[in-house]
Design a binder for this molecule. Structure first.
Ligand code: 5SP
Length: 231
């Protein structure tokens, strides 16, 4: 059975100088998977990291799901690189490829699950005719490119519409949100239909370097409103 909700810390806001430890710590504190924000300074105006970091984390011993969000254009070469590097799931933006269906099939043929990410102004109709290939729909709740931005309130309606579309079609698609998610708004975002929550700055900025369980209290704060609603 699917987990009713999943917390996916974005390593974009982690301490890169000790990334393996950061990932170990956040997973030990109760995070469900690791979210990889890949930026190319072309599709988005920022540069982050590529497949060698994913491969290094697998070699280091990370066995949790690695949820890759490609903010790059074109996408196919990096899809292949992340498949080879051990990604569990790969999401890309429909505007970033000329052939959405072919890029989705490339992911599926490589043994990962596939997702599409919609920017705040990209309509849900973009997903027409490919919903059967998706395991995840990522609704961007900020404009992509940077951590630390505020959740865009108009995304509540979009989430409700996305949830209705998934449920009406009977699809097994998780509804992921990314951008400005924190313990104060996560409950309301869950109520709007999301079930998978990416967060970067609100998790990694709360670390306490003195505490060996440095992410316990912040992951608990994210889970609490969801646990109350799932009962
Ligand atoms: O992906 C992006 C931006 O493109 C970010 O939204 C991070 O993944 C989450 O950052 P916070 O908003 O949680 O700091």
């Amino acid at each position: 059975m699917q987990q009713p909700f999943r917390i996916a810390p974005s390593i974009l806001s982690a301490d890169f100088a000790r990334l393996g430890q950061e990932v170990d710590d956040v997973l030990a504190s109760g995070a469900d998977m690791v979210h990889f924000d890949v930026m190319d300074n072309h599709y988005v105006p920022n540069l982050s990291f590529g497949a060698p970091i994913c491969e290094a984390l697998r070699r280091y011993g990370v066995t949790a799901d690695i949820d890759v969000h490609l903010m790059v254009s074109p996408v196919d070469d990096l899809i292949r690189a992340f498949l080879d590097a051990g990604a569990t799931h790969i999401t890309f933006h429909p505007e970033a490829t000329l052939h959405i269906d072919r890029s989705l099939q490339l992911i599926l043929d490589g043994g990962a699950t596939a997702g599409l990410a919609l920017n705040p102004a990209t309509p849900l109709s973009t997903l027409d005719h490919v919903l059967d290939k998706l395991s995840m729909l990522l609704v961007m709740t900020v404009n992509p490119g940077f951590g630390g931005q505020s959740f865009i309130p108009a995304m509540f309606d979009k989430l409700r519409m996305a949830r209705a579309m998934i449920d009406a079609g009977g699809f097994d698609i998780r509804l992921e949100v990314d951008g400005g998610i924190n313990p104060d708004n996560i409950g309301e975002i869950f109520d709007a239909g999301a079930d998978t929550f990416v967060s970067g700055s609100s998790i990694f900025s709360k670390r306490s370097d003195q505490d060996p369980n440095r992410y316990d209290s912040i992951i608990k704060a994210f889970r609490q409103p969801l646990l109350q609603r799932s009962r």
